[in-house]
Design a protein around this ligand. Structure first.
Ligand SMILES: NC(=O)c1ccc[n+]([C@@H]2O[C@H](COP(=O)([O-])OP(=O)(O)OC[C@H]3O[C@@H](n4cnc5c(N)ncnc54)[C@H](O)[C@@H]3O)[C@@H](O)[C@H]2O)c1
Length: 280
């Protein structure tokens, strides 16, 4: 376990959408640094694959990228193994009442929340504007933007009371540059940057820092479902010539959560391998 300014010993962290992909890697990195971590997600191990529910989601069906990739409880167990307390709970970020209930439960189980990572998102709504429906637009904003707002609302009073906290919103390169065929996703991720900066101003007087991380293309289960030709094009227009790893994003989140980043707030940090640079 880590010592010094990157250590999170005695801190409590809540990560949303942490059953797999980037959220899981972030939870593991925070746990390794000594934090008590609450793993929350809409998806909990053991939920049967239900092809009929694919219609609720978008074209990529990334929600069902494979049940064996869903590790809500297993991630908590992995953190507990070397000795840090952890717990796993079902929490839908589109349900404000559920968020408040789960935040209370985490506070009882692990202690008051010092670090909130707003990672949960849906990114499967892919299509031209003519195919974009009002329902899908509303769903994307509800999960990807309002979800973060509600989670912040739930932890903020406690952070104010205790004189500090860390909030990290996972935006995207799509929030910086726009997203091809993903108008709702791009809008929500850009909205997260506005939320980050606005609350960083408000949080300053309470010693709450609010930052955003903007990953580029990271090799998660969801991204691996993309067409191979598209992935090759993405690699070609990324300065570092490859997709990122989940650990490379998790390390930046860990840094922002730690004392080493005490004077950083309102920042939007690209972790893109240079895919946000003008390459042709
Ligand atoms: N993978 C990438 O290349 C990439 C790039 C830029 C940004 N991001 C962002 O990183 C984050 C994680 O992405 P990922 O690639 O790991 O995706 P992922 O689909 O593997 O993980 C997202 C998680 O969020 C959960 N989730 C979805 N709706 C939810 C809800 N209503 N309540 C609670 N949890 C919910 C899902 O169940 C899933 O476990 C997202 O915010 C995504 O937008 C990813």
């Amino acid at each position: 376990m880590m010592n010094g300014s990157w250590s999170l010993v005695n801190k409590v962290a809540l990560v949303t959408g942490a059953s797999r992909g980037l959220g899981r890697a972030m939870a593991l990195a925070l746990g390794e640094a000594g934090a008590k971590v609450a793993i929350t997600d809409l998806l909990v191990e053991g939920r049967a694959y239900d092809p009929d529910r694919l219609g609720e989601y978008g074209r990529l069906g990334s929600h069902f990228a494979g049940n064996d990739g869903i590790k809500t409880l297993a991630t908590a167990d992995e953190i507990i193994a070397p000795g840090a307390p952890s717990c796993a709970m079902k929490m839908d970020v589109a349900e404000p009442e559920e968020i408040h209930r789960v935040v209370l439960a985490i506070t009882k189980t692990l202690g008051p929340i010092d670090i909130l990572i707003n990672n949960a998102a849906v990114m499967d709504n892919l299509g031209p504007l003519e195919e974009q429906t009002h329902e899908r637009w509303e769903r994307d904003l509800k999960v990807n933007l309002s979800g973060a707002f509600h989670c912040i609302k739930a932890v903020w009073p406690g952070m104010v009371k205790r004189g500090g906290g860390r909030i990290i919103n996972i935006s995207s390169v799509a929030g910086l540059m726009g997203a091809w065929l993903q108008p709702a996703y791009g809008s929500a991720k850009a909205g997260l940057l506005g939320l980050t900066k606005s609350l960083a101003i408000e949080g300053g007087r309470h010693n709450i820092t609010v930052n955003a991380v903007c990953p580029g293309f990271i090799a998660t289960e969801a991204v691996k479902l993309l067409d191979q030709n598209l992935l090759e094009r993405i690699r070609k227009r990324t300065a570092l010539g490859r997709l990122g790893t989940v650990e490379e994003v998790a390390q930046v989140v860990l840094f922002l959560a730690s004392d080493a980043a005490a004077y950083i707030t309102g920042a939007a940090i690209p972790v893109t391998g240079g895919s946000d640079l003008f390459i042709f």
